[in-house]
Structure formats: structure tokens, C-alpha cells
Design a protein around this ligand. Structure first.
Ligand code: ZN
Length: 430
């Protein structure tokens, strides 16, 4: 009672104070405009930086005309971060709060990339945090050795594991003349399964092209207007399970859907310009790659992928359907071995392994041919710590969907759809 009596004047005073005015959501628009300009400006220094841009040509013209140095771009991004402040104000609309923190995190990555282009050296882990807002886990070799031991029992026979694994994979290659049919069948299935749970923008579509000599296996180039160009590299024979990987990851509900839904929900409906540009070396890539990879589990939960591959894709490719089940068990282990790529990339980029040792480590833990190991190293030379976005990103999205969406398919699709339509970044998945 006595305490209440003492507090009462303070409470009355607090009640009399004028309420803090709600922050103006439109104050973010000029920051967003400048952010887009700076991303396009950085793209003039770094050919891989701008993955997609479908905003007004006038901003690209402005970015080129300003002709800013990387140091000036970094300084401008820093001043925008200062404008945004350390804390997200209490917006009435929670999606506007996500927008505020999205701009701040993306701008932080712009400054980091500008510093890198200016010559600053970061460790692999520092770079992953600065560019992708994530801390990749460390695994000892013993972890991967135990996975190799599991794999050993799944591909029995004579000779070293790498050779047995390769012989097994060779039996899964799609004959060149059937690649297009197998891919298009997988794409149609992924699209139908996505549409069953999530509306897609009207008229959305993508074109498929086959290419050679690129550092990546497949790439989605988003053109805007709900249109993508998906390119597939044919440098190496393609195993049958790449069809579902590609159809889901690049298409439905992967990159194509993510880009199209962001354009529809945030650019068209809200007029948020920053979602008309996608800078590659930023936290948005962890969401893009993570949701694209986890998209496979969304459209093919549990054993459904294996059943679809066995009953549809294996026959189309003329492959032995009896291999589908064993391939599924092998794939489960190989997916966990994917973290070995992060470890090799970390040690190689941090100077602990030279290129020869890195290729050997990749051959050992990924069981790839020397040619494929060399290709992966070229990818790491170009994209560096970006590799974490595939596996760590997938696992972060998977954990968030399970936590926020619960056990029901409806709940999981609801939060997954939200993720593909909102400014959520890695720190929003914690
Ligand atoms: Zn991707």
C-alpha cells in the first residue's frame, strides 16, 4: 500500500505525458531509394553483386552517373544505417518493423562488401557474419568420417568407397536425350504441389535453358514481372535426383516463387522499391538459398520425394526403379556431408589449405571426381562464404518452419508462405 502511494504521483505524471507519436512508415522510403542506388552502384564494381533488378531504369542511370567509388558507397551506406538508428521503432504494422530491420541488415552487408572490395581481409566466419548475418557451425573431421562410415554400408562392394559411390551414382545418370523431359516432369510436379498450398502471382512462368562452362550447376535469373530464366549447366552428366533439386530449388517453391512473391507482395502492393533489387552477398541470400533448399521438403514431405522419383522420374529416365530407395538413404547421408564443403571452404579461404589440399579434401568428403572438385573450388573462389547459405540456410529455415508452423501441413505452409512474402532475414528466424 505504502509503495503504491509513493508510486502514484509518478504514474499520474507518466499518464499526463504526451504519447510518443507513432513513427512514420513513409520515412523509410528515401532510405530504400538510396539503398537501391547504392546496391546498383556496387554492382558497377562487382559483376556478381546484383543478382536481379527489375525496378525503374532511372535509378540504374542515376547509380552509373554518380560514379561512386566503393569507399564512397560504403560511407553512404554507413550514413543510412545511422539514419535508421540502433533500435527498430514501434511501428503499428509489424511488417514495416521487419522492413526497417531488413534495410538496416542489408545496408550492413553493403558496407562489408564495399570494405572487401576495398581490400579488407576477413576470416571465413567474420565474412559469413558480416555478409549473411549468420554464424556457421564448425565440424571436426571425425564428424564427416562417421558419415563416410555410414555411407560405406549403403554402397557395399569391392574397392575404395569413393569408387563404389561413383559406380552407384553412374547408375543414376539421366541419358542426355531424356534430361529435358525428366526436368520438365519434375518442374510440373513441384509447381502443382506448390500451388496446392500457396497462390502464385498471375501469369508467373520461367524459361529453361541449357548452358556449359559456368561455375554453378544451375541459376535462376529473375527478370521481374513474375518471369524467371533458369539455366542448367550440362558440363557433367546429371543424376536423376538433380531434377527434383532443380525444379524445387530454382523453381517451385524456390527462387522463382520467392522473387515473384516478393515482387507481388512488397513492390506491387506496398511500393517498397528495395525488393526490386537482389544483392547477392547479403543476408537475403541465406533466406533465398535456405528456403529454396527447404522447399524440397515442403513439396515432398517424408517419403514422398522417393516415391515420386521411383514411380515417375526413374522410368522416364530409363533407370532401374529398384535403386530409388537406396538412393534416398544415400542422399540423406550425402546431404549431411554437404557441411564438409563449408569446412573445406573455411580452411582454404583462411589459408590453412592450398588449392591442391582443398581439392583432395573435397574429393575425400564429398566423394567427387577431381574435375568436380576443381569446379567446386572455382565456385568457392568466386562466391567464398556464400556456400553456408545452402546448408545452414536450409537448416535455419527448417527449424523456423517447425517452430513457428507446428506439425500440421497447413501451419507449415502458412509460415513458409509468409517467409517468401515478407522482409524476413536470418535474425528473424532465431
Ligand atoms: Zn540457389
Amino acid at each position: 500500500m505504502r509503495l503504491l502511494f509513493r508510486l502514484l504521483p509518478l504514474l499520474v505524471l507518466a499518464g499526463c505525458r504526451a504519447p510518443t507519436p507513432a513513427p512514420d512508415p513513409a520515412a523509410l522510403d528515401p532510405v530504400a531509394f538510396r539503398y537501391v542506388t547504392l546496391v546498383l552502384a556496387l554492382g558497377t564494381h562487382d559483376a556478381n553483386y546484383v543478382d536481379a533488378y527489375h525496378g525503374p531504369d532511372s535509378i540504374r542511370t542515376l547509380a552509373v552517373a554518380e560514379s561512386l567509388s566503393v569507399a564512397q558507397i560504403g560511407a553512404s551506406a554507413d550514413s543510412l544505417i545511422a539514419t535508421l538508428g540502433d533500435n527498430v521503432p514501434r511501428y503499428a504494422d509489424s511488417v514495416v518493423a521487419l522492413r526497417h530491420s531488413y534495410l538496416r541488415a542489408q545496408l550492413g552487408a553493403v558496407t562489408a562488401r564495399a570494405r572487401m572490395l576495398g581490400g579488407e581481409r576477413m576470416s571465413f566466419d567474420q565474412e559469413a557474419l558480416a555478409l549473411y548475418d549468420a554464424q556457421p557451425p564448425h565440424f571436426p573431421d571425425a564428424h564427416f568420417d562417421s558419415l563416410l562410415a555410414q555411407l560405406d554400408t549403403l554402397v557395399p562392394g569391392r574397392g575404395p568407397l569413393a569408387q563404389r559411390f561413383q559406380r552407384f551414382r553412374d547408375r543414376l545418370m539421366i541419358p542426355a536425350g531424356r534430361v529435358d523431359t525428366v526436368f520438365k516432369t519434375a518442374i510440373a510436379a513441384c509447381r502443382a504441389r506448390t500451388l496446392a498450398h500457396m497462390p502464385l502471382p498471375p501469369g508467373e512462368r520461367f524459361d529453361l535453358e541449357y548452358v556449359k562452362g559456368t561455375p554453378w550447376n544451375a541459376y535462376n535469373w529473375y527478370k521481374g514481372g513474375f518471369l524467371s530464366l533458369i539455366q542448367v549447366n550440362l558440363d557433367f552428366p546429371i543424376p536423376v535426383d538433380r531434377a527434383v533439386d532443380l525444379a524445387c530449388h530454382e523453381g517451385y517453391p524456390g527462387h522463382h516463387v520467392y522473387n515473384a512473391r516478393l515482387e507481388e507482395s512488397l513492390v506491387d502492393r506496398r511500393g517498397w522499391l528495395e525488393f526490386s533489387v537482389y544483392p547477392l552477398f547479403t543476408p537475403q541470400s541465406l533466406i533465398a538459398e535456405g528456403s529454396a533448399n527447404f522447399g524440397i521438403d515442403m513439396v515432398f514431405p517424408g517419403p514422398e520425394r522417393t516415391v515420386f522419383e521411383r514411380d515417375s522420374l526413374f522410368p522416364l529416365a530409363g533407370l532401374d526403379t529398384a535403386l530409388a530407395l537406396r538412393n534416398s538413404a544415400v542422399r540423406e547421408v550425402v546431404e549431411r556431408l554437404n557441411y564438409a564443403r563449408n569446412e573445406v571452404a573455411r580452411r582454404y579461404l583462411d589459408g590453412e589449405l592450398d588449392s591442391t589440399a582443398a581439392r583432395l579434401a573435397m574429393s575425400r568428403y564429398w566423394l567427387v571426381t577431381p574435375e568436380a572438385a576443381a569446379k567446386t573450388l572455382r565456385f568457392i573462389d568466386t562466391y567464398r562464404s556464400y556456400v553456408i547459405n545452402y546448408n545452414l540456410g536450409r537448416d535455419m529455415v527448417a527449424a523456423w518452419v517447425a517452430r513457428a508452423g507446428g506439425d500440421s501441413p497447413e501451419g507449415r505452409w502458412r509460415v513458409f508462405t509468409e517467409l517468401l512474402s515478407s522482409p524476413r532475414l536470418p535474425h528473424d528466424l532465431q
